[in-house]
Design a protein around this ligand. Sequence first.
Ligand code: DX5
Ligand code: ZN
Length: 220
Amino acid sequence: MAAPLISPSILSADFARLGEEVQAIDGAGADWIHVDVMDGHFVPNLTIGPAVVKALRPHSTKPFDVHLMIAPVDPYLEAFAAAGADIITVHPEAGPHIHRTVQAIHALGKKAGIALNPATPAKMLDYLIEEIDLVLIMSVNPGFGGQSFIASQLRKIEAVRKMIDKTGRAIHLEVDGGIDAATGRLCTNAGADVLVAGTASFKGGSACYAANIAALKGAD
Ligand code: DX5
Ligand code: ZN
């Protein structure tokens, strides 16, 4: 099996030195940069907006994997696209017409992802899977880094892998929350090809980032 792509969540980086942190994690082997956007309403935490994404853009050439945990989401898609997002992932609960939201992301020239909360069934994808570029399985309830992996999501990863393979399209299957080398391996065995990791990517400071990412890729 190919090594998974690693998308470090900058939620666990030093926010006072965010540009340097993005450069360091990029240089340490990150494949994508995961940006967690929270509004204090859809999820009980507040993080960053498009101005910060724009400021970070010159610090990395890697794809910006922007995870929007905001509602409503539609009014902000254009701003995140203009700020430099490459992949824009949204939750179906964040707007009344998720299919239209996916169309809007594509109209902006960006890749579209759908995020499934731990209690949201894989079935939610039935009439979306043909349209999207990525499925994000949340293995914690969204809102905070450093939470414990919810093992029931492995069954969902397996189910979504089957759905993706049936389409014959190259749709990424990404997992987010409580990922370390051990839980990451469970996810890749279940069919994931992209792992988001905040705590496990940024632990120990910049001298450890390359080893952290190598461990997540299973190359330790
Ligand atoms: C949670 C976020 C995650 C989080 C992951 O709402 O979507 O991306 O930062 O953090 P860890 O890897 O520490 O669980
Ligand atoms: Zn995330």
